[in-house]
Design a protein around this ligand. Structure first.
Ligand code: SAM
Ligand code: DTB
Ligand code: SF4
Length: 346
């Protein structure tokens, strides 16, 4: 039995550190639908209008269709990462033109968060180019969480792999979300990353959930995957013991010097189908239209919102790559009659 098969069992998730015989159980909603690959693939391949109608109907049953949550990202430690993710500018193992920097000071992080709050962001996501955080950095990281939380914002971190103890310490400091993406299907994973496994990713997700943190987990479209891989990735996410609270769907930003610099561009209709499928399969999650918006037309983004995306990253940089200008996003929201979600609505 593969790990993905184990994790699709209701209420059970394998803990790779304990072996197959010891299974951690979680409280799960027994009425929750379990997705098969066949059902999900049939939806992905349905006539576009049928898929979008379904996605918009599910969206309206669960959310205000005209409100979009805005998160803001900050790279608190950039570049020099030991992992070999084939898409990432920050891996020390690729040839991307990027200056590495050390961990930012706490005060600078908190003052950047304050500015983001003034610009309308409700969630602040701090990212570090690490395989996992080191003990020597924990005190500063915990202070960052406390400082941003004190501003009244939701806090999110993405720092690589965490053990349960680290996850619990973040929870105690006031961390709301932990972002840790599975990125693609289990089958395609080793074509993109070799320094860790899909099972490692699931293990951190389980540790994060066990600590009571909310999970932000999604992936990337455009890694040379087939439609089955996109669907399998969403089946894994939807069948987790609880679906992720936030599901970021990134479109690959092909960065010169990385393994995927020449990856074929993603067909916009296929990207919208992926968003729609995520919305139908994870009706109560925030689906985030994440990286890659600078390459999307306004019309494509509008279709993504119609398909059920209800979160974006605001601000003119993501971690290292460009994001649309804030004026452009404001004008797009106005033209579409979309309003930024307020803190109390989250
Ligand atoms: N190092 C941590 C980790 O890998 O979990 C946190 C930061 S990492 C940059 C966060 C996520 O950003 C990745 O999992 C991936 O999904 C996304 N990402 C990174 N580079 C990207 C790119 N060039 N295009 C699209 N998404 C990207
Ligand atoms: C996610 O899924 N996308 C964000 C966030 N989670 C951490 C990161 C996107 C990074 C895009 C490439 C860059 O800025 O280097
Ligand atoms: Fe490192 Fe994260 Fe980039 Fe992978 S995605 S190279 S782990 S920063």
């Amino acid at each position: 039995m593969t790990l993905a098969a184990v994790t699709t069992e209701p209420g059970a998730q394998q803990d790779a550190t304990k072996g197959v015989s010891e299974i951690r159980t979680f409280a799960v909603d027994p009425s929750r639908k379990r997705w098969t690959r066949e059902e999900a693939l049939a939806l992905y391949r349905a006539p576009f209008n049928d898929l979008l109608f379904k996605a918009q109907s599910v969206h309206r049953a669960n959310f205000d269709p005209n409100a979009v949550q805005v998160s803001r990202l900050l790279s608190i430690k950039t570049g020099g990462c030991a992992e070999d993710c084939g898409y990432c500018s920050q891996s020390a193992r690729n040839g991307a033109d990027l200056k590495a920097s050390k961990l930012m000071e706490v005060e600078k992080v908190v003052s950047a968060a304050r500015k983001a709050r003034e610009a309308g962001a409700t969630r602040y996501c701090m990212g570090a180019a690490w395989r996992s955080p080191k003990e020597r950095d924990m005190d500063m990281l915990l202070d960052m969480v406390r400082g941003v939380k004190d501003l009244g914002m939701e806090t999110c971190m993405t720092l690589g792999m965490l053990d349960v103890d680290q996850a619990m310490r973040f929870k105690e400091a006031g961390l709301d979300y932990y972002n840790h993406n599975i990125d693609t299907s289990e089958k395609h994973y080793s074509n993109i990353i070799t320094t860790r496994t899909f099972a490692d990713r699931l293990d951190t997700l389980s540790n994060v959930r066990e600590a009571g943190l909310k999970v932000c987990c999604g992936g990337i479209v455009g890694l040379g995957e087939g439609e089955e891989d996109r669907v399998d990735m969403l089946v894994t996410l939807a069948n987790l013991p609880s679906p992720p609270d936030s599901v970021p769907i990134n479109m690959l930003i092909a960065i010169p010097g990385t393994q995927l610099e020449d990856a074929a561009p993603v067909n916009p209709i296929d990207f919208v189908r992926t968003i729609a499928l995520a919305r139908v399969m994870m009706p109560k999650s925030h689906v985030r239209l994440s990286a890659g918006r600078t390459e999307m037309s306004d019309e494509m983004q509008a279709l993504c919102f119609f398909a059920g995306a209800n979160s974006i990253f605001g601000g003119e940089v993501l971690l290292t790559a460009d994001n649309p200008e804030e004026d452009h996003d404001e004008a797009l929201f106005n033209r579409l009659g979309i309003r930024p979600m307020e803190q109390h609505e989250l």
